[in-house]
Design a protein around this ligand. Sequence first.
Ligand SMILES: Cc1cc2nc3c(=O)[nH]c(=O)nc-3n(C[C@H](O)[C@H](O)[C@H](O)COP(=O)(O)OP(=O)(O)OC[C@H]3O[C@@H](n4cnc5c(N)ncnc54)[C@H](O)[C@@H]3O)c2cc1C
Ligand code: FES
Length: 262
Amino acid sequence: MHNITLPSPHKILQVVHETQAEYTFRVQCDAQVDHGQFFVLSIPKIGEAPISVSAQGEGYVEFTIRKVGRLTDGIFGMEQGDTLFMRGPYGNAFPIADFKGKHLVVIAGGTGLAPVRSMLQYFYNNPQDIQSVHLIAGFKDRGCVLFEEDLKRFAQSFHTIYTLDDSQAEGFRTGMVTNFVKEIPFGEFADYHVAIVGPPVMIHFTALECLKQGVPEEKIWVSFERKMSCSVGKCGHCKINETYVCLEGPVFNYVKAKELLD
Ligand SMILES: Cc1cc2nc3c(=O)[nH]c(=O)nc-3n(C[C@H](O)[C@H](O)[C@H](O)COP(=O)(O)OP(=O)(O)OC[C@H]3O[C@@H](n4cnc5c(N)ncnc54)[C@H](O)[C@@H]3O)c2cc1C
Ligand code: FES
């Protein structure tokens, strides 16, 4: 029987350099993954870390990884054909069944685009399943822009606002994502959901801006990254009050998430 806590070897099929600090690794994998779930990636004797699935397809999953420390340094040294260890998929997912037939607003900051990318690709490929998608994606500067090809494709089908924090470039507006929330026509939507992904401070202020625009708390969903160890509810590393983020998250409705956000 497959032991879900045991890492297994997987071949790297492709490496895409998105930015200097963020690479996307396509890895051979047949697992069924729901949009928003994550795997724990590892290199023996170096370490392990949870990483969201940023895309999936026939026989593969993709991870978009920011180089920040021990494990991610090690992964950035790997190439096509090398072997990565992983266990999962873990965690819950965005409630796609609830989103279907409604309007969807996605607000993402930087690498936060990774955990919502596969969901966006799903609705891009299945437009009959959603009324409309409004995407606000913010990046620090032009050099930090991820998924360039996807962003161009999404702009053809979705209502998109792409932003850079304080610089200017063609196709981008200048300012924090929070500045643009007021441009979403919430009042015109019969029913909708909002997904917010990014660093905790970005989630906090973006959710507040949505509430200011009249969005009810229960329509807001967030996915957040919490330091984890086992990722299967055994070690308590991720626990906030009585909540195991690795089991009940990483996706939370804001009604619950507001208690968990620091
Ligand atoms: C559910 C979930 C999904 C995630 N998805 C993604 C994803 O899609 N892509 C992604 O890039 N990341 C993702 N992360 C975050 C990722 O797991 C962390 O960045 C992870 O810590 C990287 O491991 P590492 O060993 O490379 O870095 P670590 O060595 O753990 O370092 C992480 C951070 O801690 C700092 N640090 C390390 N050691 C010390 C020290 N001794 N003192 C002070 N600071 C220190 C580092 O500078 C760095 O900022 C996700 C996390 C969760 C929980
Ligand atoms: S990471 Fe071990 S209980 Fe959640």
